[in-house]
Design a protein around this ligand. Structure first.
Ligand SMILES: *Cc1c(COP(=O)(O)O)cnc(C)c1O
Length: 458
């Protein structure tokens, strides 16, 4: 082994004390989010009906570069952070590459992913505002789990609307949430007007993320002392997730390592945005240059095949509109897509950085993603989440390119979580039953053609 340890840990006193808001260093800012009723930029007041006031302020602040991390959140972070930056010696050896590969592992907590970094912050601000509880939706279940952990820590009520198909297919996820005290309701439910309407229109439906969002928003608005929270896409979530990138940069700096390539998987863009924020900040200020790569599934390719336009963030059209790379809020990835990252749009911050060419994007097919996951699990020991494995795939591909050219590049990627609750997907792969699906241009055009026409209102 070389002089770089297998795991690079920061000491507790080297952990970030502030989150970094990359929007502050962007000369051209992401476009403002719009009120769905008026199509005018939303105000903190309007947003505060749905979100906690402090989070609404963070959402709309594109000039303050650093936000102090409150004491309570810093001490909660210490239970599972700093997360290790691991030198993937065994993967390098397996590939025979001269590249040095590092991964930032966010799966070291019960929720199994980076989502806890923002869940604890959102629960904290809800508690500080004196709220009784929060509502949210969850698809695969990682966000609901993270939020239920955060709410139990602050003794807040947590109501999770879980897409019915996951509720039935992932009973163990549901039980983890209930163990932390959350009320988990399969969506569409009979608790809300929108749920009852959808159940009536589509009897026997197993639900969708868009429908669960609408139910969670309605539940928050109709109960005193409740607000709605969301685990990705929003700029406040990217802000909290900047802790990933800040720790990564501090650990690299500690050992005098300069990253060449930085890779993250991209669903709604929160882990990628958080990982790359400090590095993109250096690029924006003209201090350094990096090759940043966003990896998305070929079956849900918002950056590589979507359009950059205003769109609804949810199918029910109750949330603000955001300008983002999108496939249209009516887009549903093929049912055979098992690898997560199913959101139709991309964070407006990541979208704008991509539009300014500070990062590039690539899409990968799910069988090649699971091939990479299997190789990684066998040599590095960690069973990765399918989402994270998109980044593994491209890290391997980049390392193999270095083998051709003989370059000893430093490749850093985000390993966002573990895959223990995704064993149906692994079973499909192990049984040889996994198929790839790439939507045709005509299919994408169908949902893209229904984008709202709001460009003229801003
Ligand atoms: C939710 C999730 C993602 C994708 O969400 P982003 O907001 O794009 O980061 C990736 N990996 C894991 C393990 C997740 O739980």
């Amino acid at each position: 082994m070389g002089e770089i340890p297998y795991k690079i840990y920061l000491d507790e006193n080297e952990m970030p004390t502030q989150w970094y808001n990359v929007r502050a260093d962007m000369k051209k800012k992401p476009a403002p989010i719009l009120n769905p009723q008026t199509l005018k930029p939303v105000t903190v007041d309007e947003l505060s009906h749905v979100f906690c006031t402090e989070l609404a302020k963070q959402e709309l602040d594109d000039t303050t570069p650093y936000f102090d991390i409150p004491e309570e959140i810093k001490s909660f972070y210490k239970m599972y952070r700093p997360s290790p930056l691991v030198r993937a010696y065994f993967l390098e050896k397996k590939l025979g590459t001269p590249a040095h590969i590092y991964y930032k592992f966010e799966g070291n907590n019960t929720s199994g992913s980076h989502k806890l970094n923002s869940a604890i912050a959102q629960a904290y601000y809800a508690k500080k505002q004196g709220l009784k509880g929060v509502t949210t939706e969850t698809g695969a279940g990682q966000w609901g789990t993270a939020l239920s952990m955060a709410c139990s820590y602050f003794d807040l009520d947590c109501q999770v609307y879980m897409v019915k198909v996951s509720y039935e297919q992932k009973p163990f996820r549901r039980e983890v949430m209930r163990t932390y005290g959350a009320a988990v309701t399969p969506s569409p439910s009979m608790n809300t007007a929108i749920g009852r309407k959808i159940n009536e229109e589509f009897p026997g439906t197993l639900g969708s993320l868009g429908c669960a969002i609408s139910e969670a928003v309605e539940a928050a608005m109709s109960q005193d002392g409740y607000r709605y929270v969301l685990g990705s896409v929003l700029s406040q979530v990217l802000l909290h997730q900047s802790v990933i990138g800040l720790e990564t940069k501090a650990a690299l700096d500690k050992y005098g390592i300069k990253a060449d390539t930085i890779i993250g998987c991209a669903g709604g863009g929160s882990n990628l945005g958080g990982l790359i924020s400090p590095f993109a900040g250096e690029m924006l200020r003209g201090e350094a240059c990096y090759d940043i790569i966003a990896v998305e599934p070929a079956s849900c390719p918002s950056l590589t095949r979507g359009v950059y336009a205003y769109d609804y963030c949810d199918t029910g059209k109750v949330c603000p509109l955001a300008k983002m790379y999108t496939l249209g809020s009516g887009f549903m990835p093929s049912a055979n897509h098992a690898g997560g990252l199913r959101y139709h749009g991309m964070s407006s911050v990541v979208s704008e950085l991509y539009d300014q060419k500070l990062l590039r994007a690539t899409s990968v097919e799910q069988t090649s993603v699971f091939e990479a996951a299997e190789m990684f699990a066998r040599v590095e020991g960690i069973l990765p989440a399918p989402e994270s494995s998109h980044a593994i795939r491209v890290a391997i591909d980049e390392a193999l390119k270095c083998k051709e050219t003989g370059e000893a590049k430093n490749i850093v990627f985000g390993l966002t979580g573990t895959g223990y609750f995704d064993m149906f997907a692994y079973a499909k792969y192990n049984d040889g039953d996994m198929r790839d699906y790439i939507p045709t241009d005509e299919e994408l055009q169908k949902s893209i053609s229904k984008l709202p026409k709001v460009e003229m209102c801003v």
